[in-house]
Design a binder for this molecule. Structure first.
Ligand code: ZN
Length: 139
């Protein structure tokens, strides 16, 4: 058994430093509010889903995010798991007219998806920023 300390690459130390000073939960909550994960006051998005390249308040570089399909996946996951049992419950309990049921749930699904999608994207960008994922770790 050797008592030598574990060999560490310089990148490991930089990565650890980034994640120590960035609180993941706080960053995700700021992202959920569509605010910059660094300062919490600058807007994160410049349109419905487009993330600003830099924060207009603290100049934090936000162009390194790689949310990709994550927000859409999570939105479908939440909306599907909420609406499918609700649809069953409403149908069994009240037996509404099919057109009424379809209209209510179509509007509900679309509305909830449009509400969740930018907020989940903000939370994912906040998570990536806090954990130094993608280009955030080396920036
Ligand atoms: Zn900021």
């Amino acid at each position: 058994m050797s008592s030598l300390p574990e060999r560490r690459e310089p990148f490991d130390d930089a990565q650890e430093l980034v994640t120590q000073e960035r609180d993941t939960k706080r960053s995700m909550l700021r992202g959920w509010r569509r605010k910059c994960p660094n300062c919490g006051s600058g807007p994160l998005m410049k349109s419905y889903l487009k993330v600003n390249d830099t924060c207009s308040v603290c100049r934090e570089d936000l162009s390194h995010h790689r949310a990709d399909d994550g927000p859409a996946y999570l939105t479908i996951l939440f909306v599907g798991h909420l609406m499918a049992p609700l649809l069953h419950l409403v149908f069994v309990t009240w037996r509404p007219e099919p057109l009424t049921l379809f209209t209510i749930f179509a509007v509900g699904c679309v509305g909830l998806s449009l509400y969740l999608l930018p907020r989940l994207k903000g939370a994912i960008v906040g998570y990536q920023w806090a954990r130094g994922m993608g280009g955030f770790g080396t920036a």
